[in-house]
Every structure is written in structure tokens, then in C-alpha cells.
Write a protein that binds this ligand. Structure first.
Ligand SMILES: Cc1cc2nc3c(=O)[nH]c(=O)nc-3n(C[C@H](O)[C@H](O)[C@H](O)COP(=O)(O)OP(=O)(O)OC[C@H]3O[C@@H](n4cnc5c(N)ncnc54)[C@H](O)[C@@H]3O)c2cc1C
Ligand code: FES
Ligand code: FES
Length: 1306
């Protein structure tokens, strides 16, 4: 049952539980996923349906199951992804289309995507493209790059004509060209609304007949009271004034979950109808209990029905509402809750305040109407509400003739992100004039609560609306709205400048409004907003003529598990059913960056309910450390901690909540130690490195510098990047109770490392430990070393308790503990000639490794090996160092240092172009490898395909024409600028040995086991394709069940883009041998079938075959500084154009054209998916994703609320990926090439396009030449670099005397 009604009896035991926990543990539906627990990722999306006995209407809406309290569900029907279709019965079109469009990779986000769109279609079977896009705004995906998801769902749009005409090019089309089972849209399952699940009639009967009474649920730590009338609610509030009134639980829920706030009593206002009454008289009165989605539809109706001059405030509110959170949150979060929460950056409060709105507050003593103005908000999270009062309703007056109201916001991401700064502004003019009669300006995000700029307003009232008046207003605003240098949230200068630029934006808007009264200002002010419409991808591919129909190699075969992803049937580590006596493990982490542990007090934790064990490093029976590159690192801290987040001890309890509570009760006592090191500069000063450092030299650098026409020195800082795999670190360890055998189920890229780590920690042979990986919900390098340490700890818990133990990190813990991509400081000195030839380069790299070595030395080696990128610089020298700091230990991340080194080099080349005043692509081209050459480590290669990618990219992107268009655009627009950049890449792919095991069963079915883990990159699908070709059997006969150390031992990790190269070869080898063994039988019975041959197969002939791939002989001699560390290179080039809003630093990628040389693709749809996903991850790395640490080394960014990865709104409006034709690669299977990592760097084309746009803005400000723009080029950095008149008005913060809110890394 997966559409289930919720009745009272089901929730009695689950007072503090969210719906996600109920579906998993009580109803055993694991389809919806747990990605963050805070409403920020959408992985847990389900549909709720409610019947309203008054209107007889059934209301369907999507919610985040992770925030929905079970107590709030009485009478609702919950539909999870399992309920709408399955592979065993019938698929739902929503499930089928995302699968066929190749819209799932690891699949962890897929059920959430499916349920968001399913809910949309339940309410609107033919939505518009904009509605689809908006609906997906609350769902994050870390793998796909979103485009295929949008493509798949585009097929539901009412405007399908464009779809049909463009069908030839889209991904579904590739499927349709007869290359796999389906053919065209007509073969897609039709959406038939009459076939949808019906609302459970028993719930209708219940709602009609129910005697409505107060419900009370008592739990272990909390009592939940849900009254039905306002009187009862007020009565309860007067009895329990400290008890909060919960509505949508989107704020309260986060406090309880993540801040440990305990409320013994909670009063739910959810069933109180009086809180949801909306009336429209002389304005709009909206019940405080109305959800933001309801508010939106009420306002939309009012805006349509009222004369335009009365709708200013309503329209401004509507504008803000469309940007608040995602759909799932808007469906439950209430207007009253938003106001009462008094967030400093609430999007609604500034516009409500500016729009002269008021709230009706009520207690048992009576009602009072209070203006929602500067006096309403009295501090952080505080309002004038008395403890026994509630917000009953909000009154929004209609605007008056001559009144203009607007709201603006700027957020780190355009959608589903809390605003950095927002504003609500209103001005009222004397009739028929431009003289200001009244004005209000409110800001959010610049103080502890919503702020009124009263003194600024006084500068304007009574004066005409013109530049002189506004200039005075800016000056007043700079003095009035200030932020200290250490203000929480940081970005002080940027936030202050936003207050000015948003006011300026209002000024321009009002001028438009007044255009009959005054002349608009002269000069190029702005461009039309870009249409938010993602266009289809264009690419073509073909298999050789004559290839058998059955042979799947080279075809766009759907991901082998796509339907399992889309139906929620795909099993991830945490989906394994709870086993008898299972325990849960939670780790206790250090709160200090560098300290001696003086005492660990576990007594309270041990006495808490359900707690079974607490252990420390002393309890480890085997090796107490791990070494990944020859340097030991402790599994659990012993005596000293060296970063915040280091694991100190572990708590084991019967349930996750008990384990979490107990781990919070462990008291670790510390004695701080001196010499904390956080930045690479501090590390260099104190010579704090993990050794060895690496260096490389080529040519005569000193002489080349002397002879160069120009020498320029620069630097760039690159921030780290959180992996943000959607499935957090998860594992389940089961002791088998015999001969010390342990079974480990883990979400890991490296099962062998987990196996070894567990065996060594427990002091038992590896043969007693088996590690099994079904699939991984994203990894990106983050599930190699860190998972093996966590698995060791979990295994120890299972060893000690002799019971199965599960460990699944919460998102915040995962981000805190497991490290990220290495932040890097790159310093360079470059010598070049006036014609653009770079003749000398001296580059230093400092990577912030964190407190343990992990694989950092390997990372800095790869940094040096890739420092040439596509350029033949004959004289260069370089050094790289892994700096040891007191931050969490950084680890492998897609690209393994390459995205960092290439950024430094490309920035250097860009600087050369800026010094010479030439287009950057000209300098790039001039310095590119042109013919068969030696790299700086003396490896010979032929750059032909690099040059072909480059040329094709320039041509396909129409670079020359568009460069002129960009220049024209920039001339015509003052505050919007465009930039365009093309970036090449040459990426070395290693090769390693691998093994595989192939079984053929008597019924002809084939089971393939290999060492690669499926983490979304489609390795199992490609391997199936290989086996299908080699055995000459249909794909459907080949099965891959899991990756296991007991099937294929001593495997290499799935990493560095070599997975298919290595494992595919091993499978090919095994299959070829088996095929040969069948040859006599095939000859004997040439008309037989695969099944008949297999049955004829003699019992003396083995049905099992090992396959091997021995890999290439690769090496790097760091003493001689030469080697052949790579088997071959993958090449690509990418051109991106962006449009930058210089006032806010927000940008949009207008178009991206990417040409990649991936040899002969085994599966173009999977490869394109990898390319797009990597590009988007790179775009995140270079322009959005920021890890923030406090001055004492505490990670602030611990969830999607604070750490923004690209969302659907960040996909380039036009995103074209082309595969280079006619490319062959003798070094990998079927002439293919590894592709998972290389194209991540191409996200930097967006960075360099942005830099160019910034340069255009700087040129308007009279600035020219190279300038520093660190990565990520966040809106803050881009805006400040533009150096507009607004940023220039802000006085420099007193940074020398005040500690900033966050560390400046690396
Ligand atoms: C992922 C996410 C993204 C978000 N993005 C945005 C955004 O972009 N912009 C934005 O403005 N906000 C955003 N929010 C905040 C969200 O809008 C608020 O959390 C929400 O409006 C609060 O309403 P609620 O009904 O869920 O309140 P609850 O969590 O139920 O309650 C919050 C507080 O308000 C009190 N309260 C609630 N109703 C009343 C009442 N009628 N009378 C008295 N007290 C009351 C409660 O006692 C509690 O103290 C986001 C939240 C999340 C989780
Ligand atoms: S898990 Fe619910 S939104 Fe992320
Ligand atoms: S497929 Fe979306 S997160 Fe992996």
C-alpha cells in the first residue's frame, strides 16, 4: 500500500516523528528519500491529499515528508512514489518519461522529482513549461544537470507543437530512432487522469461524519495538542503561553531537528478553520493559517479582479511569493508563520511593512490590530506578540492612486534560497506630480530583523523624484543602514551596496511609472529580462551501418536502473529493512580546532534510554589508524583533536533518535592548544605541510623571463567544494556470528578499501569481511577514504555489540565530518611576448589539505601534471604543497585537483589577454599545443582532437558573430553586461587493472560481477552493453546485481573516469572466453538459440569465467620529472555566454556550446548525461558553491539552506552538447574514452564569461586591465568587482580591528 490514509491510531506512537520516518519505518515504503531533512532538497517529496467537507473538494499538494509532522496528517491520504506505478504492475507516465529521457543517474533525487511533477499533473494534466520548471524548483539533483529531466517532462506540456518539431534533436528522439525498445512519443504511455488513484472513500466518510474534537498525542518528550476552534486554541495558548503554535512546521521543525530546541507542549493551529478565512473588502484580509500557495492564488485572483492602480502591494507580494522556497514548502508554510518567525530575511515582511499592512492579533483577552511596521519586529525572531497571543489574520490594503509598491530580493541562488538582502519599497506621489508625498523603505537581511530606512525616507518626502533627490537618499542610506565588519552572514560590503542598488532599481521602476509626468533618464539603463526557458540540447550520434540491431554498443540505452529509480524500487543502503536487534550509531565530534582531550564523560549518555554502548579509540582491537598515502591518520581521536568535526567517540543505541540524543549528551573536556592554522598563508608561514611537496621544471625559466616583452604576476583563490552527494554516508554492518565473519553494506566507491579497513580495525583477516554495494546515491570522490573510516567505526560497534549496526549521517554531520574539495591558492608569474606568446611561467599551488593527509599528496601531484592544460609553455616551473591546517580533512572530488590547477592556468592566460587588450581566445589559441608534442613531464601526445574540439566549438557557438553581439549589448546597457568565453581542456585518464566474473545460468541468463560500483555514472549499463555485444545476447539477458568483494576481490575504486575502461575490458575478456567455449555447440546447431546452446553446454565445461584487464604500464618519476602517468587524454572545449546584473552580481548563462572528444561512445545518452552533470557541478564550483568557516574553524555551511548547489534555475538557457565525430582511442574499450571527470572544468567557461562581463562593467567605471576575481565568482564577488557607483559608496569595513564573520580561505 503506497497511497495510504492516515488515521489517529497510526500516529499515537509517533508524536515527534516526521512523515518520512513513518513511511520508512512504519509502512516500509522507502521510495521517498532523505537528502537533507530540512526541506531544502526535495528528495523526500510526496503528495498529500485532503478532502474538505465544506467545499467537497479534494486538494492535492506536494510536501517535504522530512518536515511534515505525523500528528499533522490525520485525515490526509499520503501518496508516495510507490503508489503511482511500479515495474511489477504498471508504470506511471511520470515515471516512464523521466527514465526514457535519461533524467536519472544515481536516482536518489528521482522519486522526489517524480512526485513533484505527479502532483502538478494531478492538479493540471496539461501544464505549461513554466509550471513544470517552477515545480522542479524545490528539487535538487547533483548528477544530471537537470536538462534531461526538463526534457522528459516537457512532453506533458500543452504546447507540444514545438516539441514535435524539435523532436528530431531531443534525447527521447535518440531512443526513438529505433535504437532501443521504444519508438517516438506515440510510444510513450499516455497520461490518463481517469486512471489515477482515487482518494480513499473512508477518509471522505470520516471527514463528513467526524465529530471534530481536540486531538492530543503524547510522546516520549513532547505532547502535541491539536484543537479545532479558535476559542480552544486561545484557551490553550493562555494555559501554555510558552508552547509554540505550529502551522507548517517549516521553521519550528528545523529548530527542533537541528538546533535541539525542546518544546514539551506544541499547539497545532492547523485544524482551526478561523485561521484560514480570506476576505476581500477594501483590501485583502488573509487568515494567518493560509499556506503561502493559498496566499498566492488568493492574490492572483485579486490582482485579476481589481483595477491595476489598487494592486500595487498585491502584485509586489506576488512577485516575492514566487521566489519563496520551493513549491513543497510554499504548500505548507503559512503567512502567519512567516510573519511570527520574524526572520531577518523574510521575503514577505519588508513588502508587507512597506505596503501599510496590519495584523490582527488575538488572545483570550481580545483582539488588537497592529500595523506591521518598524515597531512590530523587535529583534532576531521576535515580534510584539505577547506570549498568549496569536496572529489571526493579515490585512493588505489596496494601493491608492499615485502609489507605487515594489519588492526586490537578491539571493545566492535565483530560486529556493533565502534572500541575502531583500526590500519592500513604496512611494506615493502628490496627484499629477512627481513630488513624493509618502514613502516607506524596508530591508531584510541587513540586521537582526526587518529594518526600516526612516531617515533615508525623510530625505525624499516632499521632493521631486529625480536623481538629485535619490543621490541624497543614497548618502543617508549609507549612514542609516550599516553592518559591522563581523556581522553574522558576512558579505558586509555587498549587502550594504545591495541596499543602495535595490533602491536605485526602485527609482528606475518608479520613473517608468511616472513616464507621463517626467522624462525618463537618458543613457543605456537596462535590458529586457531574459526569458526563463531552457532550450533543448542538440547532439547527434550514430552507430556504424551494418551493426546488428541487437548490439547495444554505441546506442543511447536507458540507464539499467532508470525505472527502478523512477518507481522508488531502487534500493540504497539505508533502504535495507531493519534487521532483528539492529542498532544505530552516531558519532561525537570535536568542538575545538586544536585541543587536548582532558576527559570524555559518557556517564549521562550511557544512562539514556536505548543506549547500548559508547566507545573510543582505546576500544579498537586492531589498527587504530588508516593510512591512504603512507601517513597514518586516526580513526577516532586519541588524546588530541586537530579540527572541529573530528570524530572522537561513537554512541550506539536502539534507534537513531536515541543515538543522536545520547551523542549530544557526551561531554568532551578540552584544553585548547596554541597555533591553530586555518589558511594556507598561515600554513606556509609555519611550514605546516604534508610531505612530499612536488615540483616540476621545464626549459630555462630565468632566461625566458629576462627575454619576455612583458612579465605579469597574479593570483587566484579557489574555494573548496562540498560533494553534496544526495545520499549521505550510509552503511550497515551485520556480524554473522560465526568465525568472526562480518557483512558490510556500504555506500562506497571502494568496497575493497572498506573491507580492508574493517578487517584491520577489528584485527581479523580480510577473508572474514565482505563488502557489498548495491548502488550509491552519488559519490563524486567523497565515498572512498572517508567511508572506509566510518565503516571501521560502525563495524567496531557491530563487533562489540554482536548486533547489526547502521550508520547514516545526517546532512549536517556529513558536511562537517567528511571534508570537501581542496581549496587552492594559485600564485603565478608569467612572461609573454607582445604577440601573445607565453614564454615563461612560474606557478605555485598551495592546497588546503585540512588536518589529515588523506589523498592530498596525490592531489597536488595531479595539480602539477595538469598545469599545462592545452598550452605548450616551453619554459615553466611549478611547485605544489599540501598545507596541513586545523580544518576538516579534504579528500578526492571529481577531477582530483585538476579543476583547481586549470583554473589557475586559465586565469593566468586570461590575465595575459587583459594586459594585451586582446580577446582571451586569441591568446589561448596562440599558445595551444599544435602538433605532436611532449608535455612538461615529457609524455608524447597528439593534440589533433583538442584542436578539432576547439575549432568545432568556436564554429558551433558562432563565436565571432556573438562576440560582436556581446560588444553591442554592452554598449547599449549600463547595468547589465554580457561576456563570452571559450575554454579548452586536455585531461589525462589513467588505466588500471581490473577483474570480472561472468556466470551463465542454465536458462541462458547471465550474471555479471565486476569491481565497479554504480553511483549514477552508468557503469553497470555500459558493462551490460559490453556483455551483450560479446555474448551476442539481448541486453535483457544480462544482469548485474551488486558489487561485492566476495565476487570480485582486490578491486580498484570507481574513480578517475576509468571505471568502464578497466571493468568493461575485464568483462569483455570473460565474455569472449565464454563465447569461444560455446563455439562448438553453435557450430553443431547453427539455427539454435542462445538458450538452446546454453542448455546443450556440456556439464564438464565451465559456465563461469574470470576476466582480466591488466591496465597500462603507467608511471611518473618525480625525481627525473618525467613519465607516462596517463593512458590517453580526453579533450573538449566549451563556449559560454552570460548576462550579468551589475547591480546585484546575479547572472544567467545564456548559452553554452560544448564539444567533447569521448572517442566512440559506448552509450551517448549516459556520456552526455555525465558531461552535462559535470559541467553543472563545475558551474557550481566556479560561481556558486561556498564553504564558510567561522574564525574558530567551525563549518557554518551544513545543509542546502546555507550551501547552494546549482538548481534547475541555473541550467544554461540554451545548452548544446556535441560529441566529436570520427575520434578513435586505441587505449580503451571499443575506442571509447573516460568522461566522468574532465568536463567539470568546462563550468569555468561561465566563470570566464562572467569575468569578461565584469571587465565591461569596470570599463564603464573607468577601470581597465587585469583584476582579481576569486573563485567562486559569487554574486557578491562579481558585484564588488564591477565597482559600480553603489559599491564605491560603501566605506571599507574596519577589517583590521574586527574579526570578520567567516575565514577567508583557502
Ligand atoms: C527550505 C526552506 C526555504 C525557505 N525559503 C524562504 C524564502 O525564500 N523566503 C522566506 O521568506 N522564507 C523562506 N522560508 C521560511 C518559511 O517561509 C517559513 O518557515 C514559514 O513561512 C513559516 O511558516 P510555518 O507555518 O511553517 O511556521 P511554523 O514553523 O509552523 O511556525 C514558525 C513560528 O511561528 C509561530 N507561528 C506560526 N503561526 C503563528 C500564528 N498564527 N500566530 C502566532 N505564532 C505563529 C510558531 O509558533 C513558530 O514560533 C523557507 C523555509 C524553508 C524550510
Ligand atoms: S530530505 Fe526532505 S527536503 Fe531534503
Ligand atoms: S540523479 Fe539526481 S541526485 Fe543523482
Amino acid at each position: 500500500m503506497s497511497c495510504f490514509p492516515v488515521r489517529l491510531q497510526e500516529v499515537r506512537q509517533a508524536v515527534s516523528v516526521c512523515l518520512r520516518s513513518l513511511t520508512v519505518w512504519a509502512v516500509r515504503l522507502t521510495g521517498s528519500k532523505y537528502g537533507c531533512g530540512g526541506g531544502g532538497c526535495g528528495a523526500c517529496t510526496v503528495m498529500l491529499s485532503r478532502y474538505d467537507p465544506q467545499t467537497k473538494h479534494i486538494h492535492h499538494f506536494s510536501v517535504n515528508a522530512c518536515l511534515m509532522p505525523v500528528c499533522q496528517l490525520h485525515g490526509a491520504a499520503v501518496t508516495t512514489v510507490e503508489g503511482i506505478g511500479s515495474t511489477k504492475t504498471r508504470l506511471h507516465p511520470v515515471q516512464e518519461r523521466i527514465a526514457k529521457a535519461h533524467g536519472s543517474q544515481c536516482g536518489f533525487c528521482t522519486p522526489g522529482m517524480v512526485m513533484s511533477i505527479y502532483t502538478l499533473l494531478r492538479n493540471k494534466p496539461q501544464p505549461t513549461m513554466e509550471e513544470i520548471r517552477e515545480t522542479l524548483g524545490g528539487n535538487l539533483c547533483r548528477c544530471t544537470g537537470y536538462r534531461p529531466i526538463i526534457e522528459g517532462y516537457r512532453t506533458f506540456c500543452e504546447v507540444i507543437s514545438s516539441f514535435i518539431s524539435g523532436f528530431h534533436h531531443c534525447l527521447l528522439c535518440l531512443v526513438s530512432q529505433g535504437q532501443t525498445e521504444t519508438s517516438g512519443k506515440e510510444k510513450l504511455l499516455p497520461l490518463d487522469p481517469t486512471q489515477e488513484l482515487i482518494f480513499p472513500p473512508e477518509l471522505i466518510r470520516m471527514a463528513e461524519s467526524e465529530e471534530r474534537a481536540t486531538q492530543t498525542f503524547r510522546g516520549e518528550r513532547m505532547t502535541w495538542i491539536s484543537p479545532i476552534s479558535l476559542d480552544e486554541l486561545l484557551q490553550l495558548k493562555s494555559q501554555h503561553p510558552q508552547a509554540p503554535v505550529v502551522m507548517g512546521n517549516t521553521n519550528l521543525g528545523l529548530d527542533i531537528k537541528f538546533k535541539g530546541v525542546i518544546h514539551p507542549i506544541i499547539i497545532s493551529g492547523f485544524r482551526v478553520r478561523e485561521l484560514c478565512v480570506c476576505v476581500c473588502v477594501a483590501g485583502v484580509c488573509i487568515g494567518a493559517g493560509s499556506s503561502l500557495s493559498t496566499v498566492r492564488s488568493v492574490l492572483e485572483k485579486c490582482v485579476c479582479s481589481l483595477p491595476a492602480e489598487h494592486t500595487q502591494t498585491l502584485a509586489a507580494l506576488l512577485e516575492q511569493l514566487s521566489h519563496v522556497a520551493g513549491e513543497q514548502i510554499r504548500n505548507v508554510a503559512t503567512l502567519g508563520g512567516n510573519i511570527a518567525s520574524a526572520y531577518p530575511n523574510s521575503d514577505l515582511n519588508p513588502v508587507l511593512a512597506a505596503g501599510r499592512c496590519s495584523v490582527v492579533l488575538q488572545s483570550r483577552e481580545g483582539k488588537r490590530e497592529v500595523p506591521l511596521d518598524k515597531d512590530f519586529f523587535v529583534g532576531f525572531g521576535k515580534t510584539v506578540l505577547k506570549p498568549d497571543e496569536i496572529v489571526l489574520s493579515v490585512f493588505i490594503p489596496v494601493s491608492r492612486k499615485g502609489e507605487v509598491v515594489r519588492a526586490f530580493r537578491h539571493a545566492p541562488r535565483k530560486e529556493n534560497a533565502l534572500a541575502t538582502v531583500n526590500a519592500g519599497l513604496r512611494v506615493w506621489f502628490e496627484e499629477g506630480s512627481n513630488v513624493v508625498k509618502e514613502m516607506s523603505v524596508y530591508y531584510g537581511g541587513v540586521g537582526p530583523c526587518t529594518v526600516s530606512a526612516e531617515r533615508t525616507v525623510q530625505q525624499v518626502i516632499g521632493r521631486p523624484w529625480n536623481e538629485a533627490t535619490l543621490s541624497d537618499a543614497y548618502r543617508a542610506l549609507v549612514d542609516e543602514v550599516t553592518l559591522g565588519a563581523s556581522a553574522p552572514g558576512g558579505k558586509v560590503m555587498f549587502r550594504r551596496s545591495l541596499t543602495l542598488s535595490l533602491l536605485f532599481r526602485f527609482y528606475l521602476h518608479v520613473l517608468q511609472h511616472l513616464k507621463d509626468t517626467v522624462r525618463p533618464p537618458s543613457g543605456p539603463w537596462g535590458s529586457c529580462p531574459l526569458k526563463n526557458r531552457v532550450q533543448r540540447n542538440r547532439w547527434t550520434t550514430d552507430v556504424p551501418s551494418g551493426q546488428s540491431e541487437q548490439d547495444p554498443v554505441g546506442r543511447a540505452v536507458q540507464h539499467q536502473a532508470a525505472l527502478s529509480h523512477a518507481t522508488g524500487e531502487a534500493v540504497y543502503c539505508d533502504d535495507f529493512p531493519r534487521t532483528q536487534g539492529e542498532l544505530f550509531l552516531s558519532v561525537v565530534t570535536s568542538a575545538r580546532a586544536h585541543a587536548r582531550i582532558t576527559h570524555i564523560d559518557v556517564s549521562r549518555a550511557l544512562s539514556m534510554p536505548g543506549v547500548v554502548d559508547v566507545f573510543t579509540a582505546d576500544d579498537i582491537p586492531g589498527k587504530k589508524f588508516r593510512s591512504f598515502t603512507g601517513i597514518d591518520e586516526e580513526i577516532l581521536a586519541q588524546g588530541e583533536v586537530t579540527c572541529v568535526g573530528q570524530m572522537v567517540c561513537a554512541v550506539v543505541a536502539d534507534t537513531k533518535p536515541h543515538a543522536k540524543l545520547a551523542s549530544a549528551a557526551v561531554k568532551v573536556h578540552y584544553e585548547d592548544l596554541p597555533d591553530r592554522i586555518f589558511t594556507v598563508e598561515e600554513a606556509v608561514e609555519k611550514r605546516s605541510f604534508f610531505l612530499p611537496q612536488r615540483e616540476i621544471q621545464r626549459g630555462d625559466v630565468t632566461k625566458a623571463f629576462q627575454e619576455a616583452d612583458h612579465v605579469y604576476e597574479g593570483e587566484i583563490r579557489l574555494g573548496g567544494q562540498e560533494h553534496f552527494y544526495m545520499e549521505t554516508q550510509s552503511m550497515l554492518v551485520i556480524p554473522l556470528g560465526e568465525e568472526k565473519e562480518m557483512k558490510v553494506y556500504a555506500s562506497t566507491q571502494h568496497p575493497t578499501m572498506v573491507q580492508e579497513a574493517v578487517a584491520e580495525t577489528l584485527g581479523i583477516p580480510s577473508s572474514r569481511v565482505s563488502c557489498h554495494v548495491k548502488r550509491i546515491g552519488g559519490a563524486f570522490g567523497g565515498k572512498v577514504t572517508k567511508t572506509s573510516i566510518l565503516a571501521s567505526i560502525t563495524a567496531l560497534a557491530a563487533w562489540r555489540s554482536e548486533r547489526p549496526v547502521r550508520c547514516v549521517l545526517d546532512r549536517g554531520e556529513d558536511m562537517l565530518i567528511t571534508g570537501a574539495r581542496h581549496p587552492v591558492l594559485g600564485k603565478y608569474k608569467v612572461g609573454f611576448m607582445s604577440d601573445g606568446r607565453i614564454t615563461a611561467a612560474d606557478v605555485r599551488y598551495y592546497a588546503n589539505a585540512g588536518h589529515t593527509p588523506d589523498e592530498s599528496v596525490l592531489v597536488i601531484e595531479k595539480i602539477l601534471l595538469h598545469m599545462d592544460n592545452a598550452y605548450n609553455i616551453l619554459n615553466l616551473c611549478s611547485q605544489s604543497a599540501a598545507c596541513k591546517t586545523n580544518l576538516p580533512s579534504n579528500t578526492a572530488f571529481r577531477g582530483f585537483g585538476v579543476p583547481q590547477t586549470l583554473m589557475v592556468i586559465e586565469n593566468m592566460v586570461n590575465d595575459v589577454a587583459m594586459v594585451l587588450g586582446r580577446p582571451a581566445e586569441e591568446i589561448r589559441e596562440k599558445n595551444m599545443y599544435k602538433e605532436t608534442s611532449l608535455t612538461h613531464y615529457k609524455m608524447e601526445f597528439d593534440p589533433e582532437n583538442l584542436l578539432r574540439c576547439w575549432e568545432e566549438c568556436k564554429e558551433r557557438s558562432e563565436l565571432d558573430r556573438r562576440r560582436l553581439d556581446v560588444a553591442r549589448f554592452n554598449q547599449q546597457n549600463r547595468w547589465k553586461k554580457r561576456g563570452i568565453a571559450v575554454i579548452p581542456i586536455k585531461y589525462g585518464i589513467v588505466s588500471t587493472a581490473a577483474a570480472a566474473l561472468v556466470h551463465i545460468y542454465k536458462d541462458g541468463s547471465v550474471l555479471v560481477s565486476h569491481g565497479g560500483t554504480e553511483m549514477g555514472q552508468g557503469i553497470h549499463t555500459k558493462v551490460q552493453q559490453v556483455a551483450s555485444r560479446e555474448l551476442d545476447v539481448p541486453l535483457s539477458m544480462i544482469h548485474i546485481s551488486e558489487t561485492s568483494t566476495s565476487s570480485v576481490p582486490n578491486t580498484c575504486p570507481s574513480a578517475a573516469s576509468f571505471g568502464t575502461d578497466a571493468n568493461g575490458m575485464a568483462v569483455k575478456d570473460a565474455c569472449q572466453t565464454l563465447y569461444k567455449r560455446l563455439e562448438p555447440i553453435r557450430k553443431q546447431d547453427p539455427n539454435g538459440t542462445w538458450q538452446s546452446w546454453v542448455q546443450l553446454f556440456g556439464s564438464n565445461t565451465s559456465f563461469i569465467k574470470w576476466g582480466k584487464n591488466k591496465g597500462h604500464d603507467l608511471y611518473m618519476d618525480w625525481v627525473k620529472q618525467e613519465g607516462r602517468p596517463y593512458a590517453y587524454f580526453t579533450y573538449a572545449a566549451c563556449c559560454s555566454e552570460v548576462e550579468l546584473d551589475c547591480l546585484t552580481g546575479e547572472y544567467r548563462t545564456v548559452r553554452t556550446d560544448l564539444v567533447a572528444d569521448i572517442g566512440q561512445s559506448i552509450n551517448p545518452s549516459i556520456d552526455i548525461g555525465q558531461i552535462e552533470g559535470a559541467f553543472m557541478q563545475g558551474l557550481g564550483l566556479y560561481t556558486m558553491e561556498e564553504l564558510k568557516f567561522s574564525p574558530s574553524g567551525v563549518l557554518y555551511t551544513r545543509g542546502p539552506g546555507q550551501y547552494k548547489i546549482p538548481a534547475v534555475c541555473d541550467v544554461p538557457l540554451q545548452f548544446n552538447v556535441y560529441l566529436l565525430s570520427g575520434s578513435h582511442n586505441p587505449h580503451a574499450i571499443y575506442s571509447s574514452k573516460g568522461i566522468g571527470e574532465p568536463t567539470l572544468f568546462l563550468g569555468s567557461s561561465v566563470f570566464f564569461a562572467l569575468k569578461e562581463a565584469v571587465a565591461a562593467a569596470r570599463s564603464d567605471a573607468g577601470l581597465s586591465g587585469p583584476f582579481t576575481l576569486h573563485s567562486p565568482a559569487t554574486p557578491e564577488r562579481a558585484c564588488v568587482a564591477c565597482s559600480t557607483c553603489f559599491t564605491q559608496m560603501i566605506p571599507q569595513a574596519e577589517t583590521e580591528t574586527t574579526q570578520p564573520w567567516a575565514l577567508e580561505l583557502p
